[in-house]
Design a protein around this ligand. Sequence first.
Ligand code: PRP
Ligand code: ZN
Length: 300
Amino acid sequence: MQISEQRIKIAIQKSGRLADHSRDLLERCGLKVTQSKDQLFCYGENMPIDLLLVRDDDIPGLVSDDVCDLGIVGFNVCNEKKLSLRRNGKEALFKQVYALDFGHCRLAIAAPDGVDFNGLESLNGTRIATSYVESLRAFLDENNIQAEIEYFSGAVEIAPLLGKADFICDLVSTGKTLAANHLKEVHTVFESEAVIIQTQAPLEDAKQELIERMLQRLDGVLRARESKYIMLHAPRSALAQIIDLLPGSEYPTVIPLEGDGEKVAIHSVCREDVFWETLENLKKAGASSLLVLPVEKMLV
Ligand code: PRP
Ligand code: ZN
């Protein structure tokens, strides 16, 4: 399949923690794709947007080199790439344009169970294994700690067991990997989540407009995920109190009920979750026939 210059290319993770979520998100934005036989490329059927399925570590480089216009990748990977380019006297030519609120994890220092850790000074004179060499180096420098960095490309968590390191510095999401290897988290280096990055190379107007449209749709998808549509009946006399109780709702719609002069229907989008307690309080205030519905898309 030919990759055209006129189409937007988005690099996403082929497999791993961000892969499914990244594709799902783009599909929710209306993109329909067909996957190539080698499964490395997805052709956008209904929009001039194609996906390149790659290793997450390669994404910042592909966007920086303008091979792809956009990338969906962990902040942790971007940060490491930025620092390693800088070490080689180069600037990263990508910018973060959106934080996606999924793929939350953190880069953390962990110690074998039973090892004493009394603050960051405990790291002085130790060996720390990591695949995030530059992020760790920056962190140690900032905190004036002298420690040796042992590079591991993977399976960092076995380094202490092999006698190769005293501590490790690795990504932690659920904490299962650490627990399985008898390690405990002792310090967070930074928090991370999935982000969208864009090349700093200037794009044609049509491309830039399409990117902005996609970002607006993404915003709509993410806002909708947190929002609920609530419908209820209420006596006119309790209107003010009930509107006060509706979480994160600015301008509710109030509709008269045919044949009932006393009651109205209230419809409102709540920009946060609606909990059982809220419904119970609304009922106490006189509301009835309460319905809470998920919101699928939102454009504001
Ligand atoms: C990270 C990290 C751990 C694991 C931690 O690897 O290196 O192995 O995830 O996750 P947990 O706390 O939920 O157990 P990742 O899956 O990102 O793979 P990669 O570094 O090879 O991209
Ligand atoms: Zn990776």
